[in-house]
Design a protein around this ligand. Sequence first.
Ligand code: NAD
Length: 279
Amino acid sequence: LSASVPIMVNDVSGKMGNAVATAALARGLQLVPFAITGPKLGGRHVIVGDVDVEVIGAEDRLSVMDKVQEQYPNLIVVDYTLPAAVNSNAEFYVSRGLPFVMGTTGGDRDKLMETVRKAGTYAVIAPNMGKQLVAFQAAMEIMAANFPGAFAGYTMKAVESHQKTKVDTSGTAKAIVGSFQRLGLDFAVDEIELVRDPKEQVERMHVPEEYLDGHAFHTYRLESPDKSVAFEFQHNVCGRSIYAEGTVDAVLFLAKKIQEGAEKKLYNMVEILQEGSMR
Ligand code: NAD
């Protein structure tokens, strides 16, 4: 299936776009040699593997898509752009009947879902495409739903380290803490410790220096009231490959659904995980 799936990555010159294009080629997908970027930002070429991708400003997107859709009728679009572009880009893809995977965060999420549902376009929308991270988060929620209060009386320390440009608390950490609250812990989201100082990230959190500008290290440590029992839940993510690989999985999943003519059209990452391996 993978060799027959052309993928267009908007915008391939961004950090995530580039990682996805690289992962897609490594997995045998066909990379479309055109990408759409923001208005007046076009006119560049980005080389990914052996593909020379022409990056075109949004003002010319109509003529570009006419050409691309004619040449690659089965293409799937991947969007990693900016929160401000989420809704207008989705509306554009929908208007062209283009199946797409939206990894970009932010924008008006309700409006985004509404746009896609109304149009009945095939799409995967997920603010976190890191498959194993999504599985971990879902597993904690399943534990909380099935065993409410299992950790009542325990105390917790939660610490998360991310690149220093990330100012807010990690959304994943907030969701995990929500699960722990349902498991009985008396712990508020604002008690999550944020590590943003590069020196502390290397010395205390053991983040490799080359990943200071892109990592997600989270540790949740729980202790029983008498301190005789401790549990630790930890994930240490370096770089972007976990998100890029999950995005390629989402593209292949969508290609399969289109091929099958599935009635359901809009998917999230949990639904992709539930289908099992797609490789
Ligand atoms: P980036 O700044 O490196 O890349 C964004 C790119 O989008 C730039 O190349 C920019 O020129 C381009 N762009 C701007 N306006 C555009 C428009 N209107 N149309 C098309 N392209 C436009 O950012 P990044 O680190 O690659 O992150 C991109 C997005 O992906 C962010 O919203 C980020 O939060 C999100 N993200 C999601 C996941 C996930 O798992 N879903 C993982 C990592 C990052």
